[in-house]
Every structure is written in C-alpha cells, then in structure tokens.
Design a protein around this ligand. Structure first.
Ligand SMILES: NC(=O)c1ccc[n+]([C@@H]2O[C@H](COP(=O)([O-])OP(=O)(O)OC[C@H]3O[C@@H](n4cnc5c(N)ncnc54)[C@H](O)[C@@H]3O)[C@@H](O)[C@H]2O)c1
Length: 475
C-alpha cells in the first residue's frame, strides 16, 4: 500500500514550509494549528523576516529550523527533515524547490500552477518518484462537496451522456483588480497567464468531471478595459492623491483595503437576512459599528476589514499600516495605470474525442465572486453556482422538465468552499497511513498536468487565433 506508515494515534505528520505567505501561513499553517493531531510544521523558509518570525512563533519553530530561503531549507544532505514539504512560493518559483524536495525524498504539496513553463511541468511529472512518495498539487476544488456532487451526478448517468459542458469563472471586479491588475498575477511573464494562474482549477475540474482528455482547443480574449486610456479625467497615479473619481470608482483602494466594502457588498447578496441587515447598517453608520466591534470583536470586520485582500498589502495590518501601503505600495495605484498585461476576459472552447464539447469563460467584470456551471446531457441538465455567498446545484429531467435542488449551501467563508481544509484532510490521511492515495483522492502530478496542457494550448491558441491540437503539448 502506498502512503505513509501508520503513526500512533495523535502523532501528526511533520511538515516543512517554503513560503510563509497567504497560502503557506494562512491556509496550510492555519490547518496545522486547528488540527495539531494531524499536521505539525517543524521548519520554515521565507526571506520576509516578519512572515518567517510570525510563522515560527505560531508553530513553535526554533531559530535553527528557520531559513531565509528555500535553498537553505531543502538543499541539505541526509534524511528529509519531515514527512512532507509544502511549496508555497510564487508561481515562477515552484519548479526548483519542488524538484529539490522530490529529489530529497519528501512527499510534496505543491501549490498550483505546477510551473508557468511547460517543460518544467513535464520534468516534475516525469521525475522518478519513490514508490511511496505522494505528491498533491493545490487543486483544492476537487475536494469541495459542491464539485464532488457534480462529479457524482455526471458519473451516475443522472443526465444521460454529457453532450456539452459549460463553466464560467466570474472574478469579481475588486478581486480581479487586486490580483490581476495591481497584484502578483498582473504580468504573464513574471507569473503566469490568467488562463493558467486562475483557471487551471477550472480546466482541472473539466478534465476530472468529463473524464476525457480534450483533443483540441481554440480561444479568444484580450485586455479590453484595465488600461491607461480608460483612466477618468484628472485621476492621479494613486487613489490616495485626491482622485476626483474616487467615490464613483469601483476600485478605489481605501474603500477596498480599509473597509472591505466591495467584499461586504458581495456577501450582502447572501440569503442571511440578519447578516444583510447588519452589513447595510454598517455602511450607513460606520462609526457605530466601529464602537460595536470593540465590544463584539467579530463585528469589527464590518467597519475595519483586515481579512483578504487587506491582509496581503502590508505586514502591518493596522489601519495606519495599510494606509501607508496604499500611499507607497502597488495596491494603492490607479487601477488604469498598473502596467498589467494579462487578459481581462477569455473564452476557451474544447473538443473531445467522443464528440463532447466544452467551454470555459473567465473574466474580471463580475458583480459576484464565483463559478457557474451548466452541463447538458442526453436526458437532463445540471445547473449550478459556486459563489462566495452561496452554492446551489439543480438537476432537470428532460422527460418531465422537473427541476430539483440536489445541493445547497448558504454563505460561508471557508477557503475555496471548504476545499482548502478538505484537501489537507485527504493529504494527511495518506501521510498518517489512514488511507491509500487512491482512497484519499490524491491525483498526483501527471493527473494535474492535463489542466496545465489545456492552459498552455489555450494561451497559444488565443495568441495565434488558431484551433490547436493538444497532442504536441503532451508529447
Ligand atoms: N490553490 C489555490 O487555490 C491557490 C490560491 C491562491 C494562490 N495560490 C498559489 O500559491 C502560491 C503562493 O501564493 P500566496 O498568495 O501565498 O503568495 P505570497 O506572496 O503571499 O507568499 C509567497 C511567499 O514566498 C516567499 N518567498 C519568496 N522568495 C522565497 C524564497 N527564496 N524561499 C522561500 N520563500 C520565499 C515570499 O516572501 C512570500 O512570503 C502561488 O503560486 C499562487 O498561485 C494557490
């Protein structure tokens, strides 16, 4: 049986972390703190001393196990320091640490994308792993109850044979502006093109749910709007320099990063009437909610938002710290003047050997944050939405045209619809010898590679304006 050796009950799997940022510290680190019987970080590397020291403190890591860079952590002779290495550095810095960890005999949790370079992806997938080595790529959506239900419905034949599959990734305007205009993923050469950075998740789901490798792809899309020529008249280079369009601009940075207002307005679409009322009231009486937040801490978020994306712009999360970041750092720049080059909308059409067709749309102009799906079969249709403020799946039987809700979930702030922690439950179950990789649903590098081939092919197809076969990308 592949997987970890059975440990004594209560003995956690041990882990090392390269990159104590948002994913490494605030998702995987948070899991270890919440489940000390399943996962324990024993070493960390990050050149950012604030992040490294904070992670050390939270996880009780001594100074001799805290490093300035992944090289110092991973390029050591001898036995692996721990059961698993988490590689959570930025996209262009995945390959070398991941390869070094594999060579060092570590099990691996590698953040997506595997790499922005196709050869590096193939090299990693082709590395002759030890029989017992387990590798998981951060395709967390496969682990959510919503997408598992979609897969179960399709596999059960509930809609007959799939004929056409349609998925959209609707990135809300505030999130697109944060990540793909002002942030890490705004420049394709420095990070990855949007179709890989954001929608490798969706391409992975399409592959997993349809259960077939695509034969060819075509794609169109461009950077239509987030460009200098669309800046309002008189807009300065920074929002904080007295922008005349501030009040009417959806991307006005103080409103997003100090108050989280666009995010709260999204949550306001939820079915929870009480939550909606409170959010509405917090907009009209921010001072009152500021006071209330001092007595009831969870309400603090309604007047002083310190969660994503505000927590990414500065190590100092105080209002002063965040304001300083807006005045000096990348997240305070006018949304129209960031030198970004990734597309803001793109459509990919896939053809499958069995004759099925599939489309994927991604864009940065959504009022809500989340994915939508429609799967048309010979006997029925599945429709669903997977959003920050709720999830729902319905199935319609074509014979009777009756639709019924088969899955529903209200507003929830669990990372990626619960997928972040569910993936770690699966990975640790394998490391602890509770499950085999197959039982845990660990898909491995070669399975994850397919979504990357689709993304590389789609990007090239978009640039060339041609229909491209997937075969040369796989060879
Ligand atoms: N699975 C998902 O759904 C998901 C979601 C968001 C991001 N991601 C991916 O996760 C990765 C990390 O994203 P993030 O948001 O945590 O980024 P981040 O920028 O917050 O964290 C990256 C960290 O790596 C550190 N670092 C830089 N150089 C280093 C080095 N030489 N050695 C060790 N650490 C180094 C940085 O200081 C930073 O703290 C990215 O590849 C991103 O695409 C995945």
């Amino acid at each position: 049986m592949r997987g970890g050796k059975k440990k004594k009950p209560g003995t956690p799997a041990t882990a090392i972390l390269a990159g104590a940022g948002l994913r490494g510290a605030e998702v995987y680190g948070a899991y270890a703190l919440a489940h000390p019987d399943r996962l324990k970080f024993i070493a960390v590397a990050d050149p950012d001393s604030y992040r490294r020291k904070l992670f050390q403190k939270e996880h009780g890591i001594p100074d001799d196990k805290a490093f300035l860079s992944w090289q110092d952590l991973l390029s050591r002779e001898g036995e692996p320091l721990a059961d698993i290495a988490f590689i959570c550095t930025q996209d262009a810095m995945h390959y070398e640490p991941a390869m070094t960890a594999l060579r060092g005999g570590y099990n691996l949790l590698l953040e997506k994308p595997i790499s922005p370079d196709i050869t590096e992806c193939k090299n990693l997938a082709g590395y002759p792993q030890k029989e017992t080595q387990v590798v998981q790529v951060g395709h967390v959506l496969r682990y959510t109850p919503f997408w598992r239900k979609v897969k179960e419905l399709v596999d059960s034949g509930a809609i007959g044979q799939v004929v056409h599959y349609e998925q959209s990734e609707n990135i809300s305007t505030w999130h697109y502006g944060h990540s793909y205009v002002r942030g890490h993923y705004s420049n394709a050469d420095e990070s990855s093109p949007l179709i890989l950075a954001k929608t490798c998740h969706d391409l992975d789901l399409m592959f997993w749910i349809i259960g077939e490798r695509a034969q060819s792809v075509e794609s169109s899309g461009n950077l239509l709007y987030y460009r200098e020529e669309n800046a309002p008249e008189g807009a300065p280079r920074r929002c904080t320099d007295g922008c005349p369009a501030g009040e009417s601009c959806p991307w006005f940075s103080p409103r997003l990063y100090l108050r989280g207002e666009p995010l709260l307005r999204t949550v306001k679409h939820s079915r929870s009437k009480i939550l909606n009322l409170m959010i509405g009231a917090s907009f009209s009486s921010p001072g009152f909610f500021r006071g209330l937040g001092k007595i009831i801490p969870p309400l603090k978020a309604l007047s002083d938002w310190q969660m994503f994306p505000s927590n990414t712009i500065s190590a100092d999360h105080s209002e002063e710290g965040r304001m300083k970041a807006l005045k000096e750092g990348p997240y305070g720049r006018c949304i129209y003047r960031c030198g970004n080059d990734v597309v803001d909308h793109q459509v990919v059409t896939c053809r499958y050997p069995s004759g099925i067709t599939g489309t994927l749309t991604v864009h940065g102009f959504s009022d809500f944050e989340g994915r939508e799906i429609r799967i048309f079969g010979t006997k029925g249709t599945i429709r669903g939405f997977f959003r920050l403020y709720g999830e729902e799946l319905t199935i319609t039987d074509h014979r009777y045209l009756n639709s019924r809700v088969v899955y529903r979930k209200g507003v929830q702030m669990d990372g990626h619809g619960g997928g972040d922690f569910a993936m770690l439950d699966a990975v640790t179950a394998v490391l602890l010898g509770e499950k085999t990789p197959e039982e845990g649903g660990i898909s491995g590098l070669s399975e994850a590679l397919e979504s990357h081939f689709m993304a590389f092919a789609a990007e090239e197809a978009r640039k060339k304006g041609e229909v491209l076969s997937l075969t040369p990308f796989r060879e």
